[in-house]
Design a protein around this ligand. Structure first.
Ligand code: COA
Length: 193
Protein backbone atom coordinates (compact mmCIF):
# COMPACT_ATOMS: atom_id res chain seq x y z
CA UNK A 1 0.00 0.00 0.00
CA UNK A 2 1.75 3.26 -1.06
CA UNK A 3 2.42 5.79 1.68
CA UNK A 4 0.88 9.23 1.28
CA UNK A 5 3.77 10.82 3.20
CA UNK A 6 7.37 11.19 2.04
CA UNK A 7 9.86 9.81 4.61
CA UNK A 8 11.49 12.44 6.81
CA UNK A 9 14.87 10.79 6.10
CA UNK A 10 14.91 8.68 2.91
CA UNK A 11 16.54 5.24 3.08
CA UNK A 12 20.27 5.63 2.43
CA UNK A 13 20.42 9.35 3.32
CA UNK A 14 21.73 8.75 6.87
CA UNK A 15 24.55 6.48 5.72
CA UNK A 16 25.37 8.51 2.60
CA UNK A 17 27.97 10.61 4.39
CA UNK A 18 30.68 9.63 6.84
CA UNK A 19 29.86 9.73 10.53
CA UNK A 20 30.96 13.22 11.64
CA UNK A 21 33.37 14.18 14.39
CA UNK A 22 31.82 17.01 16.41
CA UNK A 23 33.63 19.33 18.86
CA UNK A 24 31.66 19.85 22.11
CA UNK A 25 33.88 22.56 23.66
CA UNK A 26 36.14 22.51 26.73
CA UNK A 27 38.71 20.34 24.93
CA UNK A 28 36.43 17.41 24.09
CA UNK A 29 34.71 15.99 21.02
CA UNK A 30 32.36 13.32 19.73
CA UNK A 31 34.04 10.85 17.40
CA UNK A 32 33.22 7.42 15.94
CA UNK A 33 34.21 4.47 18.14
CA UNK A 34 37.55 2.70 17.68
CA UNK A 35 38.35 -0.89 18.59
CA UNK A 36 41.16 0.54 20.74
CA UNK A 37 38.44 1.94 23.07
CA UNK A 38 37.55 -1.58 24.23
CA UNK A 39 39.62 -1.49 27.44
CA UNK A 40 38.11 1.82 28.54
CA UNK A 41 34.59 0.55 27.73
CA UNK A 42 35.26 -2.57 29.82
CA UNK A 43 36.38 -0.31 32.67
CA UNK A 44 33.25 1.88 32.30
CA UNK A 45 31.01 -1.16 32.67
CA UNK A 46 32.63 -2.08 36.00
CA UNK A 47 31.06 1.11 37.43
CA UNK A 48 28.00 0.32 39.60
CA UNK A 49 26.04 3.33 38.29
CA UNK A 50 26.56 2.38 34.63
CA UNK A 51 25.67 -1.22 35.47
CA UNK A 52 22.58 -0.05 37.35
CA UNK A 53 21.14 2.15 34.63
CA UNK A 54 22.34 0.26 31.55
CA UNK A 55 21.52 -3.12 33.12
CA UNK A 56 24.57 -4.91 31.82
CA UNK A 57 28.26 -5.46 32.51
CA UNK A 58 31.20 -6.30 30.26
CA UNK A 59 32.83 -9.62 31.18
CA UNK A 60 35.93 -9.10 29.05
CA UNK A 61 37.72 -6.72 26.70
CA UNK A 62 36.78 -9.13 23.91
CA UNK A 63 33.11 -8.62 24.66
CA UNK A 64 33.56 -4.83 24.65
CA UNK A 65 35.28 -5.15 21.25
CA UNK A 66 32.20 -6.91 19.90
CA UNK A 67 29.95 -4.13 21.23
CA UNK A 68 32.17 -1.55 19.53
CA UNK A 69 31.97 -3.42 16.22
CA UNK A 70 28.18 -3.30 16.54
CA UNK A 71 28.28 0.45 17.31
CA UNK A 72 30.56 1.06 14.33
CA UNK A 73 28.34 -0.85 11.90
CA UNK A 74 25.17 0.96 13.05
CA UNK A 75 25.96 3.98 10.90
CA UNK A 76 26.17 2.14 7.56
CA UNK A 77 23.21 -0.13 8.39
CA UNK A 78 21.18 2.94 9.50
CA UNK A 79 20.27 1.27 12.79
CA UNK A 80 22.12 3.63 15.15
CA UNK A 81 24.60 6.46 15.52
CA UNK A 82 27.09 5.85 18.32
CA UNK A 83 29.81 8.29 19.37
CA UNK A 84 32.65 8.13 21.85
CA UNK A 85 33.09 11.31 23.90
CA UNK A 86 36.84 11.86 24.08
CA UNK A 87 39.50 14.41 24.97
CA UNK A 88 40.45 16.38 21.86
CA UNK A 89 44.16 16.40 22.77
CA UNK A 90 44.77 13.12 24.60
CA UNK A 91 41.85 11.09 23.12
CA UNK A 92 41.02 9.83 26.63
CA UNK A 93 37.57 8.23 26.73
CA UNK A 94 35.16 10.46 28.69
CA UNK A 95 31.87 8.81 27.83
CA UNK A 96 29.37 7.77 25.22
CA UNK A 97 26.40 9.34 23.47
CA UNK A 98 24.15 7.56 20.98
CA UNK A 99 21.16 7.88 18.71
CA UNK A 100 19.33 4.57 18.90
CA UNK A 101 15.95 3.13 17.96
CA UNK A 102 16.14 5.05 14.68
CA UNK A 103 12.83 5.47 12.89
CA UNK A 104 13.93 7.31 9.78
CA UNK A 105 10.50 7.54 8.11
CA UNK A 106 9.24 9.59 11.06
CA UNK A 107 12.61 11.29 11.66
CA UNK A 108 12.72 9.92 15.23
CA UNK A 109 15.49 8.56 17.46
CA UNK A 110 16.30 8.03 21.14
CA UNK A 111 19.31 9.60 22.86
CA UNK A 112 21.35 7.50 25.30
CA UNK A 113 24.54 8.28 27.26
CA UNK A 114 26.96 7.55 30.04
CA UNK A 115 30.03 9.34 31.39
CA UNK A 116 33.16 7.70 32.82
CA UNK A 117 33.09 8.11 36.64
CA UNK A 118 36.23 10.30 36.68
CA UNK A 119 34.75 12.74 34.14
CA UNK A 120 31.38 13.30 35.83
CA UNK A 121 30.06 16.58 37.14
CA UNK A 122 31.91 18.88 34.73
CA UNK A 123 29.05 19.23 32.23
CA UNK A 124 30.58 16.89 29.66
CA UNK A 125 27.43 14.81 29.17
CA UNK A 126 25.25 17.89 28.80
CA UNK A 127 27.61 19.32 26.17
CA UNK A 128 27.71 15.99 24.33
CA UNK A 129 23.91 15.67 24.26
CA UNK A 130 23.42 19.32 23.29
CA UNK A 131 25.91 19.04 20.41
CA UNK A 132 24.49 15.76 19.13
CA UNK A 133 20.93 17.11 19.35
CA UNK A 134 21.86 20.19 17.35
CA UNK A 135 23.54 18.04 14.69
CA UNK A 136 20.63 15.56 14.51
CA UNK A 137 17.89 18.19 14.23
CA UNK A 138 19.72 20.73 12.06
CA UNK A 139 21.87 18.51 9.82
CA UNK A 140 20.81 14.88 10.29
CA UNK A 141 17.21 15.43 9.20
CA UNK A 142 15.64 14.24 12.46
CA UNK A 143 12.40 15.82 13.62
CA UNK A 144 12.01 14.42 17.15
CA UNK A 145 14.54 13.07 19.64
CA UNK A 146 13.33 11.23 22.71
CA UNK A 147 15.27 10.75 25.93
CA UNK A 148 14.07 8.49 28.70
CA UNK A 149 15.43 7.69 32.16
CA UNK A 150 14.22 6.00 35.32
CA UNK A 151 12.44 8.42 37.66
CA UNK A 152 15.08 7.35 40.23
CA UNK A 153 17.95 8.62 38.04
CA UNK A 154 18.07 12.29 38.97
CA UNK A 155 21.47 12.98 37.39
CA UNK A 156 20.13 11.83 34.03
CA UNK A 157 17.05 14.02 34.48
CA UNK A 158 19.33 17.05 35.04
CA UNK A 159 21.23 16.28 31.83
CA UNK A 160 17.94 16.04 29.89
CA UNK A 161 16.63 19.33 31.22
CA UNK A 162 19.94 21.18 30.80
CA UNK A 163 20.14 19.93 27.18
CA UNK A 164 16.68 21.37 26.47
CA UNK A 165 14.62 18.15 26.41
CA UNK A 166 11.12 19.05 27.58
CA UNK A 167 9.32 16.77 30.01
CA UNK A 168 6.44 14.82 28.46
CA UNK A 169 5.32 12.57 31.31
CA UNK A 170 6.02 9.27 33.02
CA UNK A 171 5.59 5.82 31.47
CA UNK A 172 4.64 3.61 34.41
CA UNK A 173 6.51 0.35 34.98
CA UNK A 174 8.10 0.69 31.54
CA UNK A 175 11.58 -0.78 32.06
CA UNK A 176 12.91 -3.76 33.98
CA UNK A 177 16.05 -3.14 36.02
CA UNK A 178 17.98 -5.50 38.33
CA UNK A 179 15.86 -4.30 41.29
CA UNK A 180 12.53 -4.51 39.49
CA UNK A 181 10.28 -2.40 37.27
CA UNK A 182 10.97 1.32 36.98
CA UNK A 183 8.74 4.20 35.97
CA UNK A 184 10.41 5.96 33.04
CA UNK A 185 10.44 9.76 32.66
CA UNK A 186 10.06 10.76 29.01
CA UNK A 187 11.62 13.94 27.59
CA UNK A 188 11.76 15.06 23.97
CA UNK A 189 13.32 17.71 21.74
CA UNK A 190 11.26 18.56 18.65
CA UNK A 191 12.49 20.55 15.66
CA UNK A 192 10.22 23.47 14.98
CA UNK A 193 9.53 24.10 11.32
C1 COA B 1 23.97 10.69 34.19
C2 COA B 1 25.42 10.93 33.74
C3 COA B 1 25.54 10.50 32.28
C4 COA B 1 25.70 12.44 33.86
O1 COA B 1 27.01 12.66 33.33
P1 COA B 1 27.83 14.02 33.66
O2 COA B 1 28.86 14.18 32.61
O3 COA B 1 28.23 14.02 35.08
O4 COA B 1 26.67 15.10 33.43
P2 COA B 1 26.76 16.70 33.60
O5 COA B 1 28.00 17.08 34.35
O6 COA B 1 26.53 17.28 32.26
O7 COA B 1 25.46 17.01 34.49
C5 COA B 1 25.17 16.23 35.64
C6 COA B 1 24.07 16.90 36.43
O8 COA B 1 23.50 15.94 37.32
C7 COA B 1 23.56 16.42 38.63
N1 COA B 1 23.67 15.28 39.51
C8 COA B 1 24.70 14.42 39.64
N2 COA B 1 24.37 13.48 40.54
C9 COA B 1 23.11 13.76 40.98
C10 COA B 1 22.22 13.16 41.91
N3 COA B 1 22.57 12.06 42.59
N4 COA B 1 20.99 13.73 42.08
C11 COA B 1 20.62 14.83 41.42
N5 COA B 1 21.44 15.45 40.49
C12 COA B 1 22.65 14.91 40.31
C13 COA B 1 24.77 17.33 38.65
O9 COA B 1 24.73 18.21 39.75
C14 COA B 1 24.57 18.03 37.30
O10 COA B 1 23.54 19.00 37.35
P3 COA B 1 23.84 20.59 37.61
O11 COA B 1 24.76 21.03 36.49
O12 COA B 1 22.49 21.21 37.56
O13 COA B 1 24.51 20.68 38.95
C15 COA B 1 26.44 10.16 34.64
O14 COA B 1 26.15 10.43 35.99
C16 COA B 1 26.42 8.66 34.40
O15 COA B 1 27.13 8.16 33.53
N6 COA B 1 25.62 7.94 35.20
C17 COA B 1 25.53 6.48 35.06
C18 COA B 1 24.88 6.06 33.75
C19 COA B 1 23.57 6.77 33.50
O16 COA B 1 22.82 7.13 34.41
N7 COA B 1 23.24 6.95 32.20
C20 COA B 1 21.98 7.54 31.79
C21 COA B 1 20.93 6.50 31.74
S1 COA B 1 19.36 7.23 31.29
Amino acid sequence: MPSLVAPAIPVGAFAASDQPTLPIGSGALLRPWRIADAEAVTEAFQDPEIQRWHVRTADSVEEAREWIEGWQSGWRSETGGHWAVAGAEDDRLLGRVSLKSLHLEDGKAEVAYWTMPAARGSGVCTRAVTTLTHWALEKGGFHRLELEHSTANQASCRVAIKAGFEEEGVRRGAALHADGWHDMHLHAHVRHG
